[in-house]
Design a protein around this ligand. Sequence first.
Ligand SMILES: N[C@@H](CCC(=O)N[C@@H](CS)C(=O)NCC(=O)O)C(=O)O
Length: 214
Amino acid sequence: MSSSQPPLKLFYSPGACSFVPHVALLEANLNTELILTHIGHMTPEFISINPKRRVPVLVINDTEIITEMSAVLTAISSLSPETNLLGRTTLETIRSYEWLNWLSTVVHGQALGSIWRPERYSNDPAIYPAIREKGLETIRECYKIINEKVAERGTGFAVGGAFTVVDAFLVLLHCWAGRLEIDMKAEYSDYTVYAKRLLGRESVRRAREVHVDV
Ligand SMILES: N[C@@H](CCC(=O)N[C@@H](CS)C(=O)NCC(=O)O)C(=O)O
């Protein structure tokens, strides 16, 4: 643990994407207070901290409130530059952001949002099944791309030859497939081998103990 680190709080929810910064904090060995927040039962205190009503939220020094996955992960990475959580070179950092933007917006927001939160896309419940169906089609396309990229890289990591926060996000997305009844092993075997290996990593194991539904 860094003795000079500022006080940190991570608002998290079991099974949620806050798993990703939690893994990053563990990788960086940053001492963090974890604050449980229940999706669907967010407290007025939490909503005042993040009116967008989403986890993750990272609070630094009790003053800086950081929301949005890429920003939260950048903050964690900058608190532990020696851990290289966004890559070792400028190009690797660029690749990390290329991944993070796509994972946050298309894969998480659009594809999974359509499946699990169709009400975000229409006020008409009659078309929710169609929105979900399209989301499932999109997530399969995304898993195919991830599978190909992971196979092409062949290092066991998404960026360069070492662990980055992108790996934490990709492990989460592989775990979430269990809720979609997609046979990941049969359909996306390279992604599955990659994810299973990362599941044995200490930070991932420890974060899963807290984010129990991941
Ligand atoms: N754009 C946000 C999205 C975060 C997000 O969707 N978080 C989910 C958990 S995985 C959430 O808090 N959902 C609350 C809800 O849907 O009510 C980010 O990238 O951080």
